[in-house]
Ligand binder design. Structure first.
Ligand code: PEP
Ligand code: MN
Length: 268
């Protein structure tokens, strides 16, 4: 056995139980790619970007309707109108949709529009919210808190599972460290460790980790090589006009190349 296969065996020697979104299996071997803009902005914007990411090979369309922004003056999302536009776009393209829920009171509403409920990094410690999504039977994408240990992240997943919902997908999205060149520091070890220590699929979000588009494809490939079950990538066709996180969004053509290069890793 050479060193490479030994390393891979360690990573892949996990007990990941796939999470199903319709027919789509997350954590079953094929990397699942979720992509779209940070925020739902308009019907035209969602359709343009949705078409582009679906054509490039994305399996799931993302788009935030409720945006937990650092500054209260920043665009906070379209709310219900955003949920409707995301659902409409996903249905038109025939792909499932993922969107963030930020308040326990909105869980049922968001669950009625989304195929996957996203818990954002800032809300990983929001225990009432975790319990509430645990009462649904929708898959939950649980982002790692930007200052959370792996144990705290897995303990947050326990809150969701406590309600009987074990359709949990973990997402490493970078953590805050002393390094300020990137938006966050991408913790690749966490991908491997979360897979080894839990039965949940683990995906990676290099967009929020890097905060810099040119780094995103490299981190995406690193994540897949480390054993990630998929990726969450922000894409915008007019990043300079984006209402949220335009500075880290990939252009559709760069995203298309990323999907291709990720496939070369897994298909050899
Ligand atoms: C997002 O996915 O747009 C987002 C807000 O991510 P995070 O919670 O990781 O900051
Ligand atoms: Mn974002």
């Amino acid at each position: 056995m050479n060193t490479n296969s030994w390393v891979q065996d360690q990573v892949l020697n996990t007990n990941t139980i796939p999470v199903y979104v319709g027919n789509l299996a997350i954590g079953a071997g094929q990397p699942i790619i979720m992509a779209g803009p940070c925020a739902v902005e308009s019907e035209e914007q969602m359709m343009r970007i949705g078409k582009a990411v679906a054509a490039a090979g994305a399996h799931v369309l993302r788009g935030g309707a409720y945006k937990p922004r650092t500054n209260v003056q920043s665009f906070q999302g379209l709310g219900l109108a955003g949920l409707e536009l995301l659902r409409k776009t996903g249905d038109a393209l025939g792909i499932p949709v993922v969107t963030e829920v930020v308040s326990p009171a909105d869980v049922d509403l968001v669950a009625s529009y989304a195929d996957i409920l996203q818990i954002g990094s800032r809300n990983m410690h929001n225990y009432p919210l975790l319990l509430e999504v645990g009462r649904t039977r929708k898959p939950v994408l649980l982002k790692r808190g930007y200052a959370a240990t792996i144990e705290e992240w897995l303990a947050a997943a326990d809150y969701i599972a406590a309600g009987g919902n074990n359709q949990i997908i973990l997402c490493e999205r970078g953590i805050r460290t002393f390094s300020t060149e990137t938006r966050n520091t991408f913790d690749i070890s966490a991908i491997c460790l979360a897979k080894m220590k839990s039965p949940y699929p683990v995906i990676a979000d290099p967009s929020h980790a890097a905060g810099i588009p040119s780094l995103v494809p490299h981190l995406a490939r690193a994540a897949i090589a480390a054993g990630a079950d998929g990726l969450l990538i922000e894409v915008h066709d007019r990043p300079e006009e984006a209402l949220c996180d335009g500075g880290q969004a990939l252009l559709p053509e760069v995203f298309r190349q990323l999907v291709h290069s990720v496939r070369t890793i897994t298909e050899g």
